[in-house]
Design a protein. Sequence first.
Length: 732
Amino acid sequence: MNNIIIPFRANLLESGSAPFANTSSLQFDGTDDYVDCGSITSLSNVTNFSYSGWYNQTTLDVRNTMLYGNYLASSSQYLFFYTWNDGRMIFQIGDGGVNPYASFDYSLYVTAGQWFHFTYVYNGNGVTEADKVQIYINGAPITLTFNGTMHSSTPAGANITQIGVGGIGGNYWLGGVDEVSIFDYSLTQQNVTDIYNLGAPTDLSLLATPPTNWYRNGDNGAWKSPQWLIPNNENKDKVSNYSLDFDGVDDYLNLGNGVSFEYTDSFSYSFWVNPNAVSGVKNLYTKYDAGRGIYTYLNSASGAGANTLYFFLLNTNSGSTATRKRITTNTGAIISPNVWTNIVITYDGSGLGTGINVYKNGVSQTVTVTQDNLQNSTIVNTQDSYLNAFAGTSSFYGGGTDEFAMFGTELSIADALSIYNGGTPTTLPSGAVAHYKMGEEATLLTNWTVPDAVGSNNGTSANMTIEDRIGEAPNSTNNALSLNMDFADVVSDVPPTIQPFNTKSIYFDGTDQYLNMGAPSSLSNTSNFSISCWVKKGTSSTVYTRVFGKYASASDNLLLGTVATTNYFTFAITNGGATSTVTSNVGIGFNVWKHVTLVFDGTLTGNQNRGKIYVDGVNVTATDSGTIPSSSSVDTSDFLLAKTNGLGVNYFLGNMDEFAIFNYSLSQQNVTDIYNSGTPNDLNLLSTPPINWLRMGDNDTYPTITDVGSAASNSGTMTNMGAEDIENNVPN
């Protein structure tokens, strides 16, 4: 079977989408640059996974790490992809001191300073070592040398996966890295071919099973000093992918004194929390001074249990409980540890405990008012607001915090449900007077600055480090972060892109223009041939039109035309007798590209077996007449496109593209592959390419249309035409 290999990008273009844009990569300095991808579950205790990436190594035969997965349970558990100073590229799984590896001499396949594509495929169920581990360079499988028996699964437990660093001494990568992806299954050879895509990165989301993790590096990345934020590609359009993680010891944010509410004001708070398993009081928000203010906190008697949410409005917080002027409320145990939860607290300005509502994940909660004695007393103070510590001094909260906002209105239950958004942060409703996106927008010098997205009340961290921004947020995981890298480390040096395969066609005016390609021997005195062409017919002709063919006499010809009125294709062939035909039951239409294929096989019986017409990959042969001969004639008349020799009327009006002659009968699969869902493709990728092939403008110079088929014997000459008749008008 003469199957064509269809590059993955061709499938992209058939949908009409824009060509895949890959404009940036990451440049690693070989000293301390790396990217942290967090804990990737598809690499833990699995029997199948795959890893793909584009690499450009500055110097070969050095110790450089490509990808490293360090399992936290033990330093002897790891995944390791690296190059070594003896010329090998090595993959290794370490588990409990047993560290088998696969290797090969990569300098035979890779050139220093040039991009190459690397794919690793792991199948722990394989019978042999070669079944368990496969490595591809630029889409081609590599013969590996094995040391030890490869493990049947990866280590269990949490891991930290890093790009560009790992192992003893760091072994930092020196060079470029782009389009890194991890799959939770074993890629096939065809998958690898599609991903390699003839040497140009392509859209992995269009794979039947996309990667679980895909880091586009510069593309989709955002610089928030001093880090590049590189989201897992499936998360790229989410509002939040990064949060801040508080240690529960001394970390907190100071939000300043820019927002202050009185008890007569309506106001609300919204935030996402992911608390550690802790016990005791852990403050979430305070604006408190000398017994006056607002604060909310979590309290749990046991770290394993859910946390109760408390919310207080205070004027006096000392003396006997009965004389304290305050409103105190709680919700019961509603917030579980190690789970992202959205909380919305609202207050209606009534001065009463009944004016407080709490929503968990968009659902109203029971609020118990334990004291309702504010007595219309002020709660305003001049102290700063703090997140995750009581006045910045005690009761430090430990865990993740994201998307904290304050509103100058009482939010509704509909607002709370909108903010929850099914568990994924989204655009906030109107009325926010302060909004802190936490890790998404924070920048770090000595302390983190967390911008106020709607005002000027920026937050400032205390006692926090660069490690406290994490690539985790509600419903968003495995988002990567650079370490020790600079803004300039995202560069425009990327793997090469594929130019559109087909950019030109030839226009015929329907008056006197045609293309003469001489007398192809492949059509003379043969029992098997096929012809493929793309056509786009103009609107003015409703009479019989000749598309292409040769004509010596009424008893010696080979023609393809379109029937008057219906515009059905009709194929006529005569060898010393009466004309015989087969005709389609599908019209060509006007001003629309159609792919037509003729398949002749004189070894078969029956007209519709000997002569077949395919339109857009489908056999549409419907009627026939006469008796189609078992072979074509020995006639050596010129073969013409847009007219037929000896018949000077009814020229073809419209465009033609990618005309090809094959010296064999194409199969249905061949025709399907050549049609390629409406996108012309490289016919040289067929196992038996066409013997004659006119690209119809691509790489041609008027008036010669070069034959790039295997015979290269019948270039065409444009007649009564000009260079302007080579147009940028092509299928798809």
